[in-house]
Design a protein around this ligand. Structure first.
Ligand SMILES: Nc1ncnc2c1ncn2[C@@H]1O[C@H](COP(=O)(O)OP(=O)(O)OP(=O)(O)O)[C@@H](O)[C@H]1O
Length: 336
């Protein structure tokens, strides 16, 4: 029996292994119109304490993957383990709980009655008042569920997910339908929960959520993991870097022209632009080499190297062919 305590998740034991281990996971649905392969072979290991965003466009296979992780649907092939257990066993022992996109709430109960009712189904639930406070629901405790907004109902689902003090929280687009303020409050709460040592896995469409909240982003498209790394790695992998610098003021017009021509010929430069003030911007496939040339050979100053936006990276990654899964943390040849 798993031991729980009111203030935080069960300490992960060394023998538990990874929080999540998905191996060659596939899922094919049979429909009247034929077969739909939602997940085409996902391998993913998540260690205890990681906060991982699963990011992907509509229909990428995020929900299907999370459903298999939670034992809500069985894989067609491959395996799923949560702390070394089959998913349903992990849920039965309160190691994992979830906030799903939809989920029945009884509209005639109040918020507090709902939490109390679900708490009564656990052997060692967290205290109801504590959970209400952590989900930001104390002031709404006596409100009928039917009178709660969509965002408030989502926070109630979150409170219910906290009751077993799970080691792993799985959230499928938890802030869908919330306005900007509600979303910010929700993520502040999640930060506090992650700081308690919980492993958090969430699916999202929102790049900024993945960027701000996750330690690691797993990009899924067409049923495959197409990139996996820190947000910085995902950005640089997909969009390259831009190197900016100011050319020496002493260069003549002709020398400046020759410098730009030489930069454009450099194999590490994809494009070179310059403004009248002598500030150059080089979109680089090899930013280190370009920076060296600018500083050492050209004598430029005020050098900065910036990665592209995560939006650029996401579009570049998800519009690329998906036959070759990549690890963004591994050295890659960057494309122009
Ligand atoms: N029960 C089902 N029966 C048939 N096809 C399904 C079923 N569930 C999902 N699919 C299909 O599998 C694919 C992946 O769906 P899934 O819901 O996992 O994607 P998603 O990444 O979560 O998308 P979204 O961001 O829109 O929620 C889609 O083509 C979807 O239509």
């Amino acid at each position: 029996m798993t031991t729980t305590h009111p203030s935080g998740p069960t300490a992960a034991r060394p023998s538990d292994g990874p929080a999540v281990a998905l191996r060659s996971l596939t899922k094919t649905f049979r429909t009247r119109a034929g077969e739909v392969t939602a997940v085409r072979g996902i391998d993913l290991t998540i260690q205890p304490g990681e906060v991982v965003a699963v990011l992907g466009p509509n229909g990428a296979g995020k929900t299907t993957t999370l459903d298999m992780l939670l034992g809500l649907t069985d894989p067609t092939s491959g395996s799923v383990e949560v702390f070394g257990l089959a998913p349903r066993r992990a849920i039965a022992t309160a190691r994992v709980s979830a906030v799903l996109q939809t989920g029945g709430l009884l509209h005639d109960l109040t918020v507090a009655e709902t939490v109390r009712l679900i708490a009564s189904t656990y052997r060692h639930p967290a205290p109801v008042d504590d959970v209400l406070a952590r989900a930001g629901l104390t002031d709404l405790a006596s409100r009928l569920v039917s009178k709660c907004s969509g965002g408030e109902q989502q926070r109630l689902r979150f409170a219910l997910a906290l009751l077993p003090e799970p080691d792993l929280l799985v959230l499928d687009e938890p802030t869908a339908g919330m306005d900007v303020t509600a979303r910010r409050d929700f993520w502040a709460t999640m930060h506090a929960e992650a700081a308690r040592g919980r492993t958090v896995v969430f699916a999202t469409h929102y790049l900024e959520e993945a960027d701000q909240f996750a330690d690691r982003i797993v990009v899924v498209a067409d049923g495959l993991v197409i990139a996996d790394g820190t947000t910085a790695e995902i950005r640089s992998r997909a969009s390259g870097r831009t190197v900016r610098a100011t050319l020496p003021e002493t260069l003549s017009f002709e020398e400046r022209h020759q410098t730009l021509v030489a930069l454009r010929r450099h194999p590490g430069a994809a494009s070179v632009t310059a403004d009248d003030s002598g500030r150059v911007a080089v979109v680089a496939t090899d930013s280190d080499a370009v920076a060296r040339v600018l500083l050492v050979d050209v004598g430029a100053h005020d050098l900065e190297v910036v990665t592209g936006s995560l939006d650029d990276a996401f579009v570049a990654l998800t519009s690329a062919p998906t036959s070759a899964p990549t690890d963004a943390s591994a050295p890659q040849e960057e494309s122009r």
